[in-house]
Design a protein around this ligand. Structure first.
Ligand code: PLP
Length: 375
């Protein structure tokens, strides 16, 4: 398909950009001997799992369904973490997964022996209580009272007996200086236990494929842990795999005035890019500026009933009109995996740009997709 043939709204994943990210990640594996997994919760477009599997070592899941998706579509190493597992799901999880990461002493007691008996590797998620981010408490697993991970004061020799790996995930869109600082805190507290582990998983939140990311420091951190403790290091980035590798195309449905100029789009912040409201953040928009920067400023909103279904205020060199196509950037991650059909909104098409200008429709959703989630 050509670009003019695409129907809006649609997520367009750009294969070239995805490959660029994957090459960067693979190089880190090759140079350090670490292993990198795709955190599926950020990006689960399984049409490109065969491609991802050529570069990465496997996938990380947040629950049974993601683990099953990776087993079916990626078929490499399969790791899982959940704060609490359902007893009835554990046999299938043990069948599908290689590393099963437990969150609390009670979960360790409940499942450790079952996992070992199944020939799989049980790990413990630790909480170093070391926050490296401000402002986004919703994304800080080290915030006071966090339910994510076991802190040092809960660790006993008996608890760790049979545990083969430690996992920490404390970062979000951060550079390797934050990892380096976190590692110091982790080693200070858990160092004595790290020697007896087979693997250490540094979690996600590493913005490895971002322009200004310091990869040399990341490699130093990986080598340091592998050499000091004799363990296999794993990373499980989500964002970094598909960072800036996709766009969301949308059409202006209508324009109106109410003290300011407003454009109603055929995409919705609430339905198609919920992190815009949840995080919140302002997504990049091609050929636009900050409010007032260019000649015409518009508030861009969705067609739902939610008053706050607003993507943001942007300015343009031209006056927006019905039929204009707008292009939001960095829409591969935390978009498709989080979208919903609130208000009966249709889900955007999923399109793969195989080569620049050469598009393939992967999936189109319709009324049945809306109806089958209700009853
Ligand atoms: C969210 C998450 C990831 C991926 O995080 P990104 O910010 O997308 O890199 C990896 N591991 C765990 C346990 C997570 O919760």
């Amino acid at each position: 398909m050509k670009r003019e043939e695409l129907r809006t709204p649609c997520y367009v994943i750009q294969k070239e950009k995805l490959i660029k990210n994957l090459e960067i990640l693979r190089e880190i594996c090759q140079e350090t001997g670490c292993r990198i997994l795709l955190a599926q919760k950020a990006f689960s477009m399984f049409a490109v799992y065969p491609l991802i599997g050529k570069y990465l070592n496997g996938a990380a899941a947040s629950g049974l369904f993601e683990a099953r998706l990776a087993a079916e579509e990626l078929g490499k190493e399969n790791h899982i973490f959940s704060p609490a597992y359902r007893e009835e799901e554990m046999p299938e999880i043990i069948r599908l997964c290689d590393h099963i990461i437990l969150n609390s002493p009670a979960q360790v007691k409940k499942y450790k022996d079952q996992i070992l008996a199944g020939g799989k590797s049980p790990g413990l998620r630790i909480n170093p209580r070391f926050s490296t981010q401000e402002g986004h408490e919703i994304y800080d697993p080290c915030a006071p009272g966090s339910r994510l991970g076991t802190a040092i004061d809960q660790i006993t020799e008996e608890l760790l007996d049979g545990i083969e790996g430690l996992h920490f995930h404390t970062l979000c869109e951060q550079n390797s200086d934050a990892l380096s600082d976190t590692l110091k805190a982790v080693e200070e507290q858990f160092g004595p236990y790290m020697h007896r582990m087979k693997w250490i998983n540094f979690g996600g939140g590493h913005h490895i494929t971002r322009e200004d990311y310091d990869r040399e420091l990341l490699k130093k951190c990986i080598r340091h842990v592998q050499d000091t403790y004799g363990v296999q290091v794993y990373l499980e980035p989500g964002e970094a795999v598909a960072l800036n590798a996709g766009i969301l195309l949308t059409e202006v449905l209508e324009v109106m005035e109410n003290e300011l100029s407003i454009a109603i789009l055929d995409t919705s912040a609430a339905c198609h890019m919920p992190d815009v409201l949840e995080m919140p953040y302002r997504p990049p928009l091609k050929d636009s500026g900050l409010p007032g920067e260019k000649a015409f400023t518009f508030r861009l909103g969705g067609p739902t009933c939610l008053a706050g279904d607003v993507i943001g205020d942007y300015s343009f060199d031209w006056k927006l009109k019905c039929g204009d196509i707008l292009e939001f950037g960095d829409m591969a991650i935390y978009s498709m995996v989080k979208n919903n059909t609130f208000n009966g909104m249709a889900l955007p098409d999923i399109v793969l740009e195989e080569n620049p200008g050469d598009f393939r429709l992967i999936r189109r959703f319709g009324y049945q997709d809306f109806k089958t989630r209700l009853s």
